[in-house]
Design a protein around this ligand. Structure first.
Ligand code: ADP
Length: 274
């Protein structure tokens, strides 16, 4: 009977601990949500002064300066832009997390959006001596997508990573699709010949703040938010995203979307994700 008393106490204690744990988890979720809402609401307050600082620094950099002043203002502009990228990532992620991001449904030509991003990225690719190739199935040139800003953001993130994590070879954007009259299943694959991702880390890359190399000596800058934002945006557009890679074997990041051949893109609210 002693044994029985002991085990009853243990069970009561265990149940108590379980209740406490659940309560703590509930509070953590609420705190996390409150933090996201706070950041999403602060978005304007944080971006406006930052844009002021950057705008003035850029003007200053173009004015008549002696070499030393020019070097200093260039550093302000470069650092300011790096900070703005980080701020934008954190604010975007918070907005999505708080269910406050709404997609703009106005359709825009897909091939133009991809060409635009590729042109912007080509400077960085050239600096690293990488070949940047865009291949697009000709019958997809007429396709229109919703929220061109977010589509550009998705492609910029994937293409930016491909260029960032590749030291030699090429980066290929391959746009293919299959049409059934009313809609087209679009598939965009970004393949690089870069460092690749070890299999054990593959599943984690779409998680927030995840970086394969998280050592303090890592060579590449970043917040670990780009792919988390990208995958949530693709989700909001009702699409799918994935990756195939291996250590030292390059990577292919792809996403697919089902688009109406005419008309507007169906979207679902951010709050329904997860
Ligand atoms: P970051 O801001 O660190 O680039 P991302 O969310 O965009 O954050 O990517 C997360 C991590 O996934 C990166 O830090 C990197 O380790 C890995 N990764 C992403 N794209 C590639 C790629 N094309 N090749 C190799 N590793 C990649």
């Amino acid at each position: 009977s002693l044994y029985l008393i002991g085990s009853t106490t243990n069970i009561t204690e265990l149940k108590q601990r379980e209740v406490e744990l659940e309560e703590a988890q509930r509070r953590a979720v609420l705190a996390d949500r409150a933090k996201s809402e706070f950041l999403a609401n602060m978005s304007h307050e944080i971006r406006t002064p930052m844009n002021g600082v950057l705008g003035m620094a850029e003007l200053l950099a173009k004015s008549d300066l002696d070499p030393k002043q020019k070097t200093f203002t260039d550093i302000i502009v470069k650092s300011g832009n790096a900070l703005l990228t980080i701020i934008n990532d954190i604010l975007d992620f918070s907005k999505i997390d708080a269910g406050q991001l709404v997609l703009d449904p106005i359709p825009f030509n897909l091939s133009e959006a991809i060409e635009d991003v590729a042109t912007l990225m080509s400077t960085r690719a050239k600096e690293k001596d990488l070949e940047l190739i865009v291949r697009m199935q000709p019958d997809l040139r007429h396709l229109y997508v919703g929220d061109v800003g977010r589509i550009r953001q998705i492609i910029t993130n994937l293409l930016g990573n491909a260029v960032k994590f590749t030291d030699s070879g090429h980066v290929l954007v391959d746009v293919t699709g299959r049409s059934d009259g009313e809609q087209t299943k679009l598939h965009v694959a970004v393949t690089d010949t870069g460092i690749g991702i070890p299999e054990a880390k593959l599943k984690l890359v779409f998680e927030k703040f995840s970086q394969v190399d998280s050592s303090s000596t890592r060579r590449h800058e970043g917040t670990g938010l780009g792919l988390a934002i990208t995958s949530r945006l693709v989700d909001m557009m009702g699409g799918e995203i994935g990756v195939e890679s291996g250590e030292g074997a390059g990577s292919t990041f792809w996403f697919s979307l089902t688009l109406p051949n005419a008309g507007r893109l169906e979207t679902r609210p951010a709050a329904l994700i997860d």
